[in-house]
Structure formats: C-alpha cells, structure tokens
Design a protein around this ligand. Structure first.
Ligand code: ADP
Ligand code: MG
Length: 389
C-alpha cells in the first residue's frame, strides 16, 4: 500500500483518519463462462486492492475523495440518493443508499479512497470499492449485516444503482477471499469451498492486454443464448436444469442432440471447463502446480477454440507463456475479448518473464501490456496497523 495514505488523509481533510479498510481485487483462476450454466468458478483475492480511510464528522455529510480520480463530492445524509452521471462516487453513494433503504442508521463520514488495482481491466475494482464501502459502514455503525449479506448488497448496488449486470462471483471473491486459498464456488447455490492453494515458488502474474473490451457485452449475451439452446436440446433426453449438471462423459453420449456444430462446441467447453475446475481444486490442494498449469492451458485453448471468446491479444500472451520454462500455465481470465490473462510464474523468473512477455506482445500487437506480480491475498478487512503506525 502507499506509505503516504495516512498523510494524504490529513492533507485532504485536516484531521487524522480513525480507521483504514482494505478490499482486494480478484482474478478467476479457472472456470470461465460457466457461472451462468450452474457450474463452478474458482476465483481468488489478489494482493492489489482498494483502501478506504475514514473519519466520522458531526455534520451528517458524506464526503467522497479518491486519489485515483479528481472529482469529489459531498452528499447529505438526508438527501435523495441517486446516480449522478458516470462519476466514480456513485459506487459508495449506492452502498449508502442501500443501507438507508434497509432502515440502517448512519452518520456523516469523511472518506478517502485509493486503489492500486488497475481500474477497468476486469480485476473487479468496482466490486472492491463497493465491498470496502459496505464493510466499513457495517463496521463503523454496527449495522449487523453478515458477510454474505454485504456481498449481496454490493452486487445489488452494481446491478441496480450503477446498472451493470454482473453476477455475484466478484463481490463474493473480494469479501470471502483468503490468503493462499482459491474459492470453488457455485454462483447459484453459493455453496463454496476454500481450497488450499499454496503457490510455493510461484506467483500469479497478471498481464493486462490493455485492449478495450468493446465486443464483450454483445458476445457475452450471444454465448448465454447459445448455452440456452444447447440445454434445451439436451433436455429432450436428460432431466437437467443446467449444462453443468452433466459431466463430459455424459455429454459425449448425448451431444448428438445438439445439431448445430457451433452450439455443440459452446456446450462442450462449458461441461469440460466445469470438470477442469474440480481437477484444478485437486491439483492445487495437492500442491501439484504443474498439473494446475496444464489445466490453465487447456482452459485457454477451450475458450479460444470452442467458446471463441479469446482474441489475438490474449492468445499472444499465452503463446509467449508456453515458451518460457519458468511458467507452469497461463490463460485468459474474465469474459474475454481483451482484459487480462494470468500466468503461474516462478518467483525468481518473474522479472525476466515480465520484460520478455511485454517485448513479445508489443512486437506482435503494436502497444505494450501491463504486467503485475500478485499472490493470493485476503478478503476485505480492517487495517488497524496503518492507523496506529
Ligand atoms: P473493473 O471492475 O473491471 O475494474 P469497472 O468499470 O467495473 O471495471 O469499474 C471501474 C470503476 O469503479 C471506476 O471507473 C470507478 O468508477 C470505480 N472505482 C474503482 N476503483 C476506484 C477507486 N480507487 N477510487 C474511485 N473509484 C473507483
Ligand atoms: Mg467491475
């Protein structure tokens, strides 16, 4: 974290912050495009995230400042809380509005945000800022939401107040993340298992393609539709609610029912990816990072060839990763068509990886990626030591 955050708060508000909170960003380690098919995802919290420093005021005013954005705002506790333009502070305002709608008693607060997550790159800085705000309010004003309620509340803010139709995985991962654990999660039932994921000599490299994700939304909707079509075809013979209710062996027996070759390929990805998540959990908990890496490569190949949501930028990163002996595995992460790739890279080889992947990518694509080294970190919480230091 930035060493000067506490001083920044004093500079901005003329008094000390009374509390500091942190909420991470997240990556999905494996299990892509299966959350809407009743399957398992496997996100983890990363060591980049959002910091929120606060100090109560006696004015019934919420003040919003962020070191990442120049716009600032003041909102009265009793005002009508509505989304204003596309300003960043809509996220915390939305969280406050939700608390108030639930009849929770709040008081005025001076707030300073700072994030070291690359913003707008698919690492979920939005979920991070929602959850850190919700967690902080709940802690300061003892409003008695449990962690899962904070997750659902934050997702609702993103869906209804901000107007982004995201699932629950992101908020869940940033709230429930644990150091050195991956979260194997069913996004429908919210059943989850924290899987031991000691990366040992490896770290998680995050490679942002820096490509705007323009196609993502329309293609996403198209894929959802294709999965519905595949499910309807399989239902002629199988009593299932989701594609992920079957494994790949069963799929092979019944796939002829899906007559459209493209739709069949989409379904094949979904079913096999869901199986891969279970294998990945075994590999990680058994410290078999080589096996986990191979599953990452297989996931990428399936997303590229069967699901067709990758792109030359993400493929270029993964192509390079395969040539580097310090890399155990790599794949695109998130919805695709840009955004980030992740790679499991030997710690001692990271500097070399970072330079080499950037050079290879820039040569092929014409602009540079951004490369970060992360570990699997903790979920949202209080950073007391910062206040005391
Ligand atoms: P992603 O979640 O992939 O990073 P989004 O577009 O969903 O991208 O969310 C990014 C938005 O979240 C930013 O444009 C901003 O409004 C808000 N945000 C994220 N981090 C911060 C921060 N540190 N300070 C203020 N606003 C933030
Ligand atoms: Mg987001």
């Amino acid at each position: 974290m930035r060493a000067d955050l506490k001083q920044e708060f004093v500079k901005q508000y003329g008094k000390q912050a009374t509390e500091t909170y942190f909420s991470p960003g997240r990556v999905n380690l494996i299990g892509e495009h299966i959350d809407y098919n009743g399957g398992l995802v496997m996100p983890c919290a990363i060591t980049f995230g959002s910091y929120l420093l606060v100090s109560p005021n006696n004015e019934n005013i919420f003040r919003f400042k962020s070191l990442n954005f120049s716009e600032q705002a003041e909102v009265h506790l009793n005002a009508e809380h509505k989304k204003v333009g596309e300003f960043w502070y809509n996220y915390p305002v939305g969280v406050i509005a939700h608390f108030l709608k639930d009849g929770k008693k709040l008081q005025g607060l001076d707030m300073l945000f700072y994030g070291d997550i690359p913003i707008g790159s698919g690492l979920s800085s939005s979920a991070s800022i929602e959850v850190v705000t919700a967690f902080a309010l709940n802690d300061l004003f003892t409003t008695d939401y449990n962690r899962l309620e904070l997750v659902k509340l934050s997702q609702s803010v993103e869906n209804k107040f901000i107007g982004v139709n995201c699932g629950i995985m992101d908020q869940f991962a940033v709230a429930f993340g644990e150091k050195d654990k991956a979260l194997m999660l069913n996004c429908d039932t919210l059943d989850y298992q924290a899987v031991d994921s000691n990366l040992g000599d490896y770290l998680l490299a995050i490679i942002n393609t820096n490509k705007p994700r323009k196609l993502a939304e329309s293609k996403y909707n198209e894929r959802v539709q294709e999965c519905q079509t595949a499910l309807a075809a399989l239902k002629q013979a199988l009593d299932i609610n989701y594609l992920c209710d079957i494994d790949s062996q069963t799929f092979e027996q019944y796939k002829h029912l899906i007559t459209d070759a493209t739709v069949q390929a989409r379904a094949k990805h979904v079913v096999e990816e869901n199986d891969r998540v279970k294998l990945a959990a075994k590999a990680l908990s058994g410290n078999n990072l080589t096996e986990f890496g191979q599953l990452m490569y297989a996931s990428h190949q399936s997303l590229r060839d069967l699901y067709e949501v990758s792109g030359v930028e993400l493929d270029t990163v993964v192509d390079y990763a395969k040539t580097n002996p310090d890399v155990a595995g790599a794949r695109m992460t998130g919805a695709g068509f840009g955004g980030c790739a992740i790679a499991l890279v030997k710690k001692e080889g990271f500097d070399n990886f970072s330079k080499a992947v950037a050079a290879y990518y820039t040569e092929k694509i014409g602009y540079a990626p951004s490369v970060y080294a992360s570990l699997i970190g903790d979920g949202v919480g209080v950073l007391n030591e910062v206040v005391k230091s």
